[in-house]
Design a protein around this ligand. Sequence first.
Ligand code: NAD
Length: 353
Amino acid sequence: MAGMTHRVTLIPGDGIGPELAEATRRVLDASGVGFEWEVVDAGEAVIAEYGTPLPEHVLASIRKNRVALKGPITTPIGEGFRSVNVTLRQALNLYANVRPARSMAGLESRYENVDLVIVRENTEDLYAGIEHRVGRDAAESIKIITREASERIARYAFDYAVANGRRKVTAVHKANIMKLSDGLFLECCRAVAAEYEGRVAFEDRIVDNMCMQLVQKPEQYDVLVAPNLYGDIISDLAAGLVGGLGVAPGANIGTDAAVFEPVHGSAPKYAGLNRANPTALILSGVLMLRHLGEIEAAERVEDALRTVIAEGRTVTYDLGGTAGTSEFAEAIVARLEAAPGRTGGSRRPAASA
Ligand code: NAD
């Protein structure tokens, strides 16, 4: 609730995660909102101590606090342990992954006026992790689509549209080829859409066509709802429309907990160099502030960030500047401190995250 101290689990992550987490914590603390950060680690570095990259006490901390801010965590490619990020979402049943992509003044991009929100199903599809080798020269991955999860994510997308004054939901699928699995997803979206008729428009697009349409005329789209894999790919595409991965935030929402994290990964080649852009994690923090009911502080942080980006003097390499991660964050802190607002705000429904 606004006005109180919020206890939040902070998972810095690895790669560029820790430096981004530090920068984001500085900015959020400067917003005037009271935070008590419970810092816990996950990922490869903790395996030696706990025998797993996602120790039980990390999950317990999030279950207790119900809110976490998380940096990216490296996943070994083609071998090794299962993605901590995916396991976390499944273990806490964070069924909705909400990824806004909005144009910002000062961001180098081919497009203006992009304002998309990707609502990605977060618990099943090819991310169920059911794979096996068939002999030496073949492998199978099983795609799981259920009515329960599909209706739940469609309803989340429509509720989000209503709560945030959005006009249209577009379902993304490949039901022309995967007639049973994607066919069921589309059937569920259509059924839920009927309940919102007259309030929110509905349409569907085959995923390949969706990609082309987003590149050609992104301004025609609004809220997109997709199964897990298409949602992941389309959200990187959408990030590219508005200035890249460095500025794309995300929220993983469940009924009992919410974890806020950027779309991007741990970018190991920039780790420890004070070069990575903290915007995506800071904007994930803004989504978290809204989720916590700290609407006024969320707006102040976002305004300060947008002003620093629009001025273009103290931004990171990916935005055409030469500032480091920490200098960028300090410029935002300076703006917040120059125009302190009152703390607190009114509560918005969780769907606004
Ligand atoms: P990535 O997002 O880490 O990086 C891709 C490229 O995007 C980088 O090389 C960099 O050029 C740019 N970039 C990303 N974040 C940036 C930032 N904050 N500032 C400036 N530039 C930025 O993707 P990847 O290289 O495919 O993945 C690296 C690792 O991250 C993998 O192990 C992957 O599994 C993991 N990953 C984790 C998450 C997560 O924690 N939720 C998400 C995606 C990928």
